[in-house]
Design a protein. Structure first.
Length: 111
């Protein structure tokens, strides 16, 4: 389950049934975290260049998969694991996700 933010600031969910790969992938050369954060705001908060806080209710209601029982079961398992690891916000509504930066053309850049 990868949340992708592309160069156009479009946000989409990739591989929603694979809950072992949860992260936010930013496919942009631009380092403008504020415009990326604005695009991501319906789904959570970009905390910094390394981590995002993803709204668990946004994940549960994600268009295109919210009605899929396999997705909901996998998501519940993933969120339960994250809770046990302490990866939830203090108010219990957002789960922490690592950010992976991908330069246009496919080069990973985690600077």
């Amino acid at each position: 389950m990868i949340i992708v933010i592309d160069e156009n600031r479009d946000v989409r969910l990739v591989d929603p049934l694979d809950t072992k790969k949860f992260h936010v992938e930013i496919r942009s050369k631009a380092a403008d975290i504020s415009s990326l954060g604005a695009a991501f705001s319906p789904y959570g908060v970009l905390d910094n260049r390394e981590y995002a806080w993803v709204d668990a209710s946004a994940l549960r209601g994600w268009t295109g998969v919210a009605e899929d029982s396999r997705y909901q079961a996998g998501l519940a398992s993933m969120l339960g694991y994250a809770a046990r690891k302490g990866w939830f916000s203090s108010d219990g509504t957002k789960v922490r996700a690592h950010i992976v930066w991908i330069e246009p053309g496919g080069t990973q850049n985690n600077t």
